[in-house]
Ligand binder design. Structure first.
Ligand code: AHM
Ligand code: MG
Length: 335
């Protein structure tokens, strides 16, 4: 019988370098938080957590009870190691301060979306948690300490609460995926050294926004839809889960391109997805798996943030497809 490698064993064998002790401790807390969130989600309607609280988060979206519960779990668990100096969450307007006694060795910043795709909770479809770790210049960080481009991330990952619960992460040395054995209460390595295929025949986009997109995106999708009769000379398949974690995970496993582009409805906001705790960590993971991630005109990881909740257009996945999309934006490939 194959001996499974637990995430704890994996990290102790593979984390090296100046951040290894701190990362091991912080990831232990993240693992615990994700297990607790997985349990809370598994309870579903039985726990009475599924309804709306009637309150709104900082971006004017109605919070589900689970949004609040998962946010609380993530904040509480991740103050245990003492390495986290400050946090930022999709669910909270400002930087989350950590009490002095809980940030003794705090040199790191943890940014997260505790329950991504939360509109899927009530219909029992996959959701996820996304996180990003940065270094802090200050033991008591302020907003400006968080304003770092995605290239400075030292770790990023997501938990996918799907048909099984998985944790996928990178520390800048490839991407590895772990599956939760709920009985044993432990994540085991199940997807070592994940690589995104460079080519694909599958795209993920919310097609209902077609008429609001910019021309380069309409062109790319039009050509995919033309299939073997068009210039791509192959048929494409389409998926849309409305849960970025599930979407990107599928692309990591079998290739594809995930797109939430800017459109005329989103113009004033800059995009739909948030840079710091959605686009950046997912871009870091996708690039580490050999894929690419762009706003259409810029590598996402090089966008310099101007706010915790900044939004950006997002297109990521199989490298050759993303390069084609970039070329359409820069008009390098003529019609
Ligand atoms: P959320 O963080 O409020 O859940 O929003 C992000 C989600 C992504 O997971 C997903 O790609 C997108 O919103 C779906 O948006 P839409 O409902 O417009 O298709
Ligand atoms: Mg989100």
């Amino acid at each position: 019988m194959t001996q499974h490698v637990s995430i704890t064993e994996f990290l102790s064998q593979h984390l090296v370098g100046e951040h290894s002790i701190a990362l091991t401790a912080m990831l232990k807390d993240i693992v615990t938080a994700c297990k607790k969130i997985s349990l809370a989600i598994d309870q579903g309607a039985l726990s009475g957590n599924m309804g709306s609280l009637g309150s709104q988060n900082v971006q004017g979206e109605v919070q589900k009870a689970l949004d609040v519960i998962t946010n609380d779990i993530f904040i509480e668990e991740n103050q245990r190691s003492g390495y986290v100096a400050g946090m930022a969450s999709e669910e909270m307007d400002d930087v989350i301060e950590i009490a002095v006694k809980r940030r003794q060795q705090g040199q790191y910043l943890l940014l997260f979306d505790p329950l991504d795709g939360s509109s899927n909770v009530n219909v029992n479809i996959s959701v996820g948690t996304i996180f990003s770790i940065l270094q802090s210049a200050n033991a008591k960080p302020v907003l400006s300490d968080f304003m770092q481009a995605g290239t400075t991330q030292i770790c990023a990952g997501y938990a996918l609460y799907g048909t099984s619960t998985m944790l996928v992460l990178t520390t800048g040395n490839g991407v590895n995926g772990f599956t939760l054995d709920a009985g044993a209460g432990e994540f085991y390595l199940s997807h070592p050294d994940i690589k995104v295929p460079a080519d694909t025949q599958e795209f993920a986009i919310n097609m209902s926004n077609y008429r609001f997109w910019q021309e380069p995106v309409q062109r790319y999708i039009d050509e995919c839809l033309q299939g073997v009769e068009g210039i791509r000379k192959k048929d494409f398949n389409m998926r849309w889960v409305a849960s970025m974690v599930a979407e990107v995970h599928r692309i990591l496993v079998r290739g594809g391109v995930f797109m939430y582009p800017i459109d005329s409805k989103l113009q004033s906001k800059g995009g739909k997805l948030r840079l710091m705790y959605e686009a950046n960590p997912m871009s870091f993971i996708v690039e580490q798996a050999g894929g690419a991630a762009t706003t259409g005109i810029q590598r996402i990881l090089e966008v310099h943030p101007n706010g915790l909740h900044q939004r950006v257009p997002v297109m990521m996945g199989s490298r050759n497809e993303v390069e084609r999309i970039v070329a359409y934006h820069s008009k390098k490939i003529a019609h």
